[in-house]
Design a binder for this molecule. Structure first.
Ligand SMILES: Nc1ncnc2c1ncn2[C@@H]1O[C@H](COP(=O)(O)OP(=O)(O)O)[C@@H](O)[C@H]1O
Ligand SMILES: [Mg+2]
Ligand SMILES: [Zn+2]
Length: 469
């Protein structure tokens, strides 16, 4: 048994078994969410059709090490090889407790060089001491050096008899294809939100912890698909609050993006205050948030805004408590769901760019400013009404209706159900003339002239507020 003892908050001393260890599956049946992997391995064990090398790829905390140990147990159980190891024999117990001499767990990140690989190759020349199989589990395998990979190649192709390699990695793309092609690869999936929630509920019940459904959901969401992260967050929460974990405590512990900042950013966008964008981004960065993470939280916030603006009963769809839902309602007062949808679309479109930008901060600032500058959006129905009314007044119906319906249909294509409401367009020639005048007046400014000369640049268009309207 592995137990940890450390001073909790307020000097409160606690001693407990870390949940991730305590709840590590001891049988294949207990593994959550990796059906395909488990099924294939169980069959291979049953039919004695094992590969020499396996790659287990997938994000942190989804069961790679767990399944590797289960496989080792299945192979070496005194009753085995069997997909249902007895868990009682010496071999099973030793592997369970991580002290079997024939099952090696190597950390690839700290043993990444050629020397370590040579030592390993030497070590596996000998037959397993007490077991049927030698199982070599290398974690974070992608961290090995190029030379180390090369040194392993031949061994992987023709390993000593009864030796099985399990190479676990969170970054499969960094493993050379020469290695991948010599192994059987299993992709471990993210654990779904529902599976994480159900697992947390089970632990909470067994451990007698009191925590609200909303709280469980908060933890599950923060874990982002990693079961171990969910367990560790629960650990931290209990260390912080004791057995009664309040929603308030949780918010503190999870350090989730402060809702305040999300509301503030949405306010800046919806109330169209581009001048606040830069201070806001400064604040976000100063608080230590990763902008890409913040951006994805902002997308979720807009999703919540959209939900509240379009659905009456949001209880099962939102992870917010009542007061927060009320705040959301306030934020979208007088704002159409079309407009929210439009912002949400634009935010989603910016995701890729932000991820690959070498200047994420500038990218994010520009994105916020752009969002602030969206013209007011009004539902298409309102425009139609407006046009109808106009037609009645001016009698120039035929022309107006053609232009407007063209405009509507074009927008409809790009923008499912929502339209950008431009101010009534004056005569096109007049507009072009205004643009030309603007451009010329800007070009005459000494600073602009100097810039153009220095960089031999050319101005394509000038966006200046049109005063004469
Ligand atoms: N698929 C899963 N089913 C059940 N428990 C899991 C699963 N994945 C992770 N866990 C829990 O998280 C802990 C760490 O998992 P581990 O297998 O070491 O993750 P990985 O090696 O993928 O980072 C385990 O001890 C277990 O409690
Ligand atoms: Mg692991
Ligand atoms: Zn056994």
């Amino acid at each position: 048994m592995i137990s940890a003892s450390f001073p909790g908050f307020n000097g409160y001393k606690m001693s407990y078994l870390v949940y991730a260890r305590k709840y590590r599956p001891t049988t294949f049946e207990q593994v959550i969410g990796q059906k395909a992997v488990v099924q294939t391995l169980k069959n291979a064990i049953k039919n004695n059709r094992l590969a020499h090398g396996y790659i287990f790829s997938g994000m942190r905390g989804v069961g790679k090490t767990t399944v590797a140990r289960l496989l080792a147990k299945s192979l070496n159980c005194e009753q085995g090889p069997t997909p249902e190891p007895c868990l009682k024999c010496e071999s099973c117990v030793d592997i369970q407790e991580g002290r079997s001499v024939d099952v090696l767990e190597i950390d690839g990140a700290s043993n990444r060089g050629i020397d370590e690989v040579r030592a390993l190759k030497e070590g596996i020349q000998y037959k397993p001491l007490y077991s049927r199989y030698k199982v070599i589990i290398i974690d974070e395998f992608h961290m090995l050096t190029k030379e180390a990979f090369n040194a392993l190649l031949k061994t992987l192709e023709e390993p000593p008899p009864n030796t099985i390699f399990i190479l676990a990695t969170t970054e499969l793309h960094k493993v050379p294809s020469t290695i991948v092609s010599r192994c059987q690869t299993f992709e471990f999936r993210k654990i779904s939100l529902n599976e994480i929630t159900a697992h947390l509920k089970e632990i909470i019940q067994k451990e007698n912890i009191s925590i609200s459904n909303y709280g469980i959901r908060l933890i599950a969401e923060s874990a982002e698909g990693s079961l171990r992260d969910a367990q560790s967050l629960l650990d931290q929460s209990v260390a912080f609050s004791g057995e009664k974990v309040s929603d308030e405590d949780l918010k503190e512990i999870l350090g989730t993006i402060s809702r305040e900042l999300l509301f503030e950013t949405a306010e800046t966008i919806l109330k169209k205050k581009p001048e606040q964008a830069f201070d806001l981004v400064e604040k976000i960065v100063n608080k230590g948030y990763d902008l890409r993470f913040f951006h994805s939280e902002l997308i979720k916030h807009f999703r919540d805004l959209l939900l509240v603006s379009s659905v009456k009963d949001t209880k099962d769809l939102l992870t917010l408590d009542d007061s927060e839902t009320e705040r959301i309602r306030k934020q979208i007062e007088n704002i159409s769901s079309d407009e929210v949808l439009h912002c949400l679309n634009a935010l989603q479109n910016g995701e890729q760019g932000l991820r690959y930008s070498s200047h994420p901060r500038i990218y994010f600032e520009v994105l916020i400013v752009k969002l602030c500058q969206f013209k007011n959006i009004v539902p298409i129905q309102d425009i139609i009404e407006e046009v109808k009314a106009l037609k009645g007044k001016t009698g120039t119906g035929a022309q107006a209706s053609k232009k407007d319906s063209d405009r509507e249909s074009k927008r409809g294509e790009n923008n499912a159900g929502s339209v950008l409401y431009a101010k009534p367009v004056p005569d096109e020639k007049k507009q072009n003339r205004l643009k030309e005048e603007n451009k010329n007046s800007v070009l005459k400014e000494p600073k602009v002239e100097e810039f153009l000369n220095t960089f031999k640049a050319r101005i394509l268009s000038v966006n200046k507020e049109e005063k004469n309207q």
